[in-house]
Design a protein around this ligand. Structure first.
Ligand SMILES: [Fe+2]
Length: 319
């Protein structure tokens, strides 16, 4: 096996390789694989022809067997197999900005794995960035504000029977029609909630920074800039009825989302724009090849998606 020193670290066979080769290499070199992940934060398996859902699932479970459903996630995705989803259904001409998967949620995955079934003709990179570097590069006073106050993510999700929908319904978000089950999940996750005749309001307070459980390094780990109602983001593209959104109460009184500090104070747009600027500076892009599998440590490494044209099929699993 050849292992590069780049970001992401690339692991590829000396000659052409079959998926079975990487599964047996993972079985025998598990410590090496996780050592690389814990230091680099991103590994690209290339040249093993991981180019269909079943093979992708098999390789993912050989890396980490406990794949999870995308419970509580806000990105529009289609489930294509058990715990395997399309990476996102957001329009191809829009950028998904850097974020840590489910950093706002009742849980977040340790690892996010993307498989390239079909690269786009133009664009469509899954850009990545090292959350340790972003944290070090942000102004100290900004980091102190976020670190001291945490972030509260506010969300108002419509019921599927409500005629005026905004983005994903609560049923789609939690992958069930059972409200009691959703309440149980939210209680367990320490997320405050309120059912209304139109849907579900949630209020989750989460740290802005996470400490990696193995390396004990501190990492920027949130997506406040993408939840804030005053900053444009790809989330705006799922408004289906402007009467219910685009107003100063999105996430509280009307459908949509918002982020404030944990003590209820508003986050300034200047802080959020600075975060976007610094994050962008640390973006790393690579060109997808069909059959690639990208493994991300979801604490160390943030990810996003560049706009593209043509066919593109990237699938995802989380654990
Ligand atoms: Fe994501």
């Amino acid at each position: 096996m050849k292992i590069s020193g780049s970001f992401p670290q690339i692991i590829e066979p000396e000659l052409s390789g079959a998926p079975a080769l990487i599964c047996s290499w993972i079985d025998s070199n598990r410590d090496t694989l996780f050592y690389i992940l814990n230091t680099s934060g991103a590994i690209l398996l290339r040249g093993f022809s991981i180019s269909d859902n079943i093979t992708f699932r098999k390789v993912c479970t050989s890396i980490t067997p406990d794949l999870r459903n995308y419970i509580g996630g806000d990105s529009p995705r289609v489930a294509i197999d058990d715990q395997i989803y399309t990476s996102t259904e957001y329009n191809n001409d829009l950028e998904v900005l850097l974020h840590n998967e489910l950093s706002y949620g009742g849980w977040f995955p340790n690892f996010v794995m993307f498989g390239c079934m079909q690269p786009a003709n133009i664009g469509g990179a899954t850009h990545i960035a090292d959350g340790r570097k972003i944290l070090k590069d942000l102004p100290k006073d900004l980091v102190e504000r976020f670190s001291r106050n945490d972030i509260t993510y506010l969300q108002y999700l419509p019921d599927k029977n409500h005629t005026s929908e905004y983005g994903k319904t609560w049923q789609e978000t939690f992958e069930t029609d059972n409200a009691q089950q959703v309440s149980g999940h939210l209680i367990k996750s320490q997320i405050k909630y309120e059912w209304t005749p139109f849907g579900l309001r949630t209020r989750a307070t989460r740290p802005a920074i996470q400490i990696h459980p193995h390396t004990l390094e501190v990492c920027w780990h949130n997506q406040a800039d993408q939840w804030h109602r005053e900053l444009s983001s790809i989330k705006d593209s799922v408004f289906r009825d402007s009467s219910d959104a685009c107003d100063k109460t999105a996430g509280t009184k009307t459908f949509g989302s918002h982020a404030c500090f944990g003590n209820g104070e508003e986050i300034s747009a200047d802080d959020l724009l600075k975060i976007r600027q610094v994050s962008q500076k640390h973006e790393v892009l690579f060109n997808w090849q069909k059959g690639d599998l990208l493994i991300l440590d979801n604490i160390l490494t943030m990810h996003g998606r560049k706009p593209y044209s043509g066919e593109r099929r990237i699938i995802v699993a989380m654990s």
